[in-house]
Structure formats: structure tokens, C-alpha cells
Design a protein around this ligand. Structure first.
Ligand code: PLP
Length: 421
């Protein structure tokens, strides 16, 4: 963030009367930043941002025209981001509790709605307690350092989300990285880690780039055998995986074997923002005392709390929304496979259409938008070299017709660019 701002200031860009700093150091910084930006453009990995001029939803309007676009790249799995009751709950919370707390939680930033939401999250996941953060990135950044000592060990899947990797970097425990979902490798690393006091296996429940689901049954069995704890990041599972949307642990029948869950309020649960840790009460109590992103960052704004709280109410009232995902995901995956595409992962609404070549993924995504389908190409360094893809995300709010239009557009565009024979 600061880098973007710095570039704007140094370029004299941005809004209003910004001033360009002068002097040799400022000039040197500007050159360095410009070179780095040029490198990113040259590598073909520049990420541009399309501007949405409507609410988030399965159908969008893009700024500068582009109405009636069908959106297949949001994490709005359940379509709750624009659900009327979620919006109303946000407005009510805003009116009753104000715009924000101007404070961290332990000074004067805890309102009754924060406590209610924490209690609701714990109940939803059937855990003892929960703690809110400004994001799941913060929850991941804050947990490992607070929990693990230099005598402990953390064993992490090599494809875990960046925020888990960063969180682990911040802690002083001994670090082991096991091959992606490779249980033999995890077992070897667990054996090696027996010399440490406490062992924690950390994995995404569902991996966002590949749409694959961690083998939690096997992970929990190994954890039991080698006396380890299990931590899962459920950002791409909470609300819709498992019979009642509790997540990967429910889907795979190991709710009583996973010790700690981190997840987000910024995807299926209303999509506003925020994250949390839920698990044993003493752990949550400790995080309130020690976790730096919690201690040194502002409380979640009431409107955001209102959204998430209502999203959880809707999910706890009925599992119909959570269950509506599966058939849609299946429809897309099977029709795309029949058309000749390779879709990575299994049974997850993240459906990566594997293309290999970075430029192909990028031009195909652009051409899909010309046909009214909003999807995004992913290439190195976000995914490994030679494994570029277009990641399609299915939402419960997509109609069968939306899904069929997406498959038709893929088929046309794939033929045009030689991705399909
Ligand atoms: N963990 C995973 C697996 C994610 O995909 C994300 C978001 O992209 C995060 C953590 C961070 O979540 P948040 O947006 O709440 O910071």
C-alpha cells in the first residue's frame, strides 16, 4: 500500500496538489521503483484491476459500460454479499453502533455486537470460543507467533496461503514444509519433529489456486499417531463445504480432531471483511493478550460485524443455501470436461480451467469478458510456471443458464485460441 502511495507522490500523480519529493535519494527511489514496475510489466505478471460500478453479485456492471456481465471470479460463494437481509443488518448496526470504534479492542473497542459475533462463530464451528480480527490475513499473521515457542515445531503444506506462510515466518518455532497433500512426506516430517515439544500441522482446508481439498482424515490420523495438533485455514470452505456448511472438517468427519480454525468473513460469510480464530478457550484468551494484529489494530466496524452476524444467522437457520452449491459446481465441472477442458480439483466451487501458457490464459480471459463472462487468468508467480489457468468460481446465486453461458463462451474462446481441438 505504502509503495503505491509513494509512487503516486513521487510521480506527482494521484489526486489534488500532491508534491514530488526532491533530492538524490528521492530520485534514486523513483528510478528503483520504476525499474521494478517495468520488470513486472516485462514479465507479463502485471495485475490490473477492473472497476465494478454495481454491487458484488453474479451479475455486474463494470465502470465505463459493461452491464449484464456474469461474474465468475468472486469468493461470493453463497451470494450473501448483496443479500437484502445482510445489507439491512449492516445498516442497522451502523445506525445503532456508529461508523467505527476509533480504538483497538482492549482499550475501548469492544461492543456487545463483537462479543455476540464471537459467540456465534464459536457456536457455528462447535468450538469453545472465537476471536475477531480485521482480516484472516491478520488472524494467520497473529496465531503462530503467539502460540508456538522456539521449542515447538510447525509443519506446513508447501502450497498454503501466503498469509499462513507469513504468519509462520514470524514465529520462532522450528519450521517444516511438507509436499502438497503428500501424506508420506508429512509422516516423515512428523517423525523428524518428534524431538520438539509441541507439533502443529498447518494446512488450508481447501486450496484456492487448485480447488483441491486437504486430506484431513489422513492428516488427523497422522497427527494422532505422532501427537500433533491440527490447524486449518477455512477461507474457501466456511459456509458451504460439508452438509451444513461448517467446512472441510465437517465434510470429512473430523470436527472433533481439528484443534484450531482460522477463517474469513470476507468471502462466503457476507463478503465485507474480517477474520477470526476459533478453538480452545485458553488459546483464544492467550491471543487476546499476545496476538499482535489483534492488539495493535482497530476493531471491526459495526456494519461489517452486522453483515457477518446476519450471514451466520442465515446459515444456522437452514442449510439450503450451503447445499445449493454442490449441484451447480457439478454442472460446470462436468460440462467443461465434456467440452474437452481440464478442470483441476474436485467437488469444489473453485474450478481452475488449466491452460498452461500464461499469455493464453490472459487473452482467453479478455475474450471471455468480450462475451460478457468475467473471469481472471492466473499465471506465475501466483501459480507455478507452465501451469497458467483461468480460475472460475461458482456461486450459489448463479443460475443454470449463467453456468451454461459460461461453458459456451469457454468453448468458443477455447476453439478460437487453439486451447480446444
Ligand atoms: N487464507 C486464505 C486461504 C485465503 O484465500 C485468503 C484470502 O485470499 C486469506 C487467508 C486472507 O483472508 P482475508 O481476505 O480475510 O484477509
Amino acid at each position: 500500500m505504502w509503495r503505491v502511495a509513494a509512487v503516486r507522490v513521487l510521480q506527482g500523480g494521484g489526486t489534488g496538489a500532491s508534491r514530488a519529493a526532491s533530492g538524490a535519494a528521492a530520485a534514486q527511489l523513483r528510478r528503483r521503483l520504476e525499474n521494478e514496475l517495468e520488470d513486472i510489466r516485462g514479465a507479463g505478471t502485471w495485475k490490473s484491476e477492473r472497476v465494478i460500478a454495481s454491487r458484488q453479485g453474479p451479475h455486474l456492471r463494470l465502470a465505463g459500460g459493461g452491464a449484464g456481465i456474469i461474474n465468475f471470479c468472486a469468493n461470493n460463494y453463497l451470494g450473501l454479499s448483496s443479500h437484502p437481509e445482510v445489507i439491512r443488518a449492516a445498516v442497522e448496526a451502523l445506525e445503532k453502533f456508529g461508523a467505527g470504534l476509533s480504538s483497538v479492542r482492549f482499550i475501548c473497542g469492544t461492543q456487545s455486537i463483537h462479543k455476540d459475533l464471537e459467540e456465534k462463530i464459536a457456536r457455528f464451528h462447535q468450538r469453545e470460543d472465537a476471536i475477531l480480527y480485521a482480516s484472516c490475513f491478520d488472524a494467520n499473521a497473529g496465531i503462530f507467533e503467539a502460540l508456538l515457542t522456539p521449542e515447538d515445531a510447525v509443519l506446513s503444506d508447501e502450497l498454503n496461503h501466503a498469509s499462513i506462510i507469513d504468519g509462520i515466518r514470524l514465529c520462532k518455532a522450528n519450521k517444516y514444509r511438507y509436499k502438497h497433500m503428500d501424506m508420506q512426506d508429512l509422516e516423515a516430517k512428523l517423525k523428524e519433529a518428534q524431538k520438539h515439544q509441541l507439533r502443529l500441522v498447518a494446512t488450508d482446508g481447501a486450496f484456492s489456486m487448485d480447488g483441491d481439498i486437504a486430506p484431513l482424515r489422513e492428516i488427523c490420523q497422522l497427527a494422532q499417531k505422532y501427537d500433533a495438533l491440527v490447524f486449518i485455514d477455512e477461507c474457501h470452505a466456511t459456509g458451504f463445504l460439508g452438509p451444513s456448511g461448517r467446512g472441510t472438517d465437517e465434510l470429512l468427519g473430523v470436527m472433533d480432531k481439528v484443534t484450531i480454525i482460522n477463517s474469513t468473513l470476507g468471502k462466503a460469510l457476507g463478503g465485507a471483511a474480517g477474520g477470526y480464530t476459533t478453538g480452545p478457550k485458553p488459546l483464544i484468551d492467550l491471543l487476546r493478550q499476545r496476538s499482535r494484529p489483534y492488539l495493535f489494530s482497530n476493531s471491526l466496524p459495526p456494519a461489517v460485524v452486522g453483515c457477518a452476524s446476519k450471514a451466520l444467522d442465515l446459515l444456522m437457520e437452514s442449510n439450503a443455501i450451503a447445499q445449493s452449491m454442490a449441484a451447480k459446481t457439478q454442472r460446470f465441472r462436468s460440462k467443461m470436461a465434456a467440452a474437452g477442458f481440464t478442470i483441476s480439483g474436485k467437488d469444489h466451487p473453485i474450478c481452475p480451467v488449466m491452460l498452461g501458457d500464461a499469455r493464453l490464459a490472459s487473452v482467453m480471459a479478455e475474450d471471455m469478458l468480450n462475451r460478457g463472462i468475467y473471469v481472471i487468468g492466473f499465471s506465475y508467480p501466483v501459480v507455478p510456471k507452465g501451469k497458467a489457468r483461468i480460475r472460475v468460481q461458482i456461486s450459489a446465486m448463479h443460475s443454470d443458464e449463467d453456468i451454461d453461458r459460461c461453458v459456451e463462451a469457454f468453448t468458443e474462446v477455447g476453439r478460437k485460441h487453439g486451447a480446444l481441438s
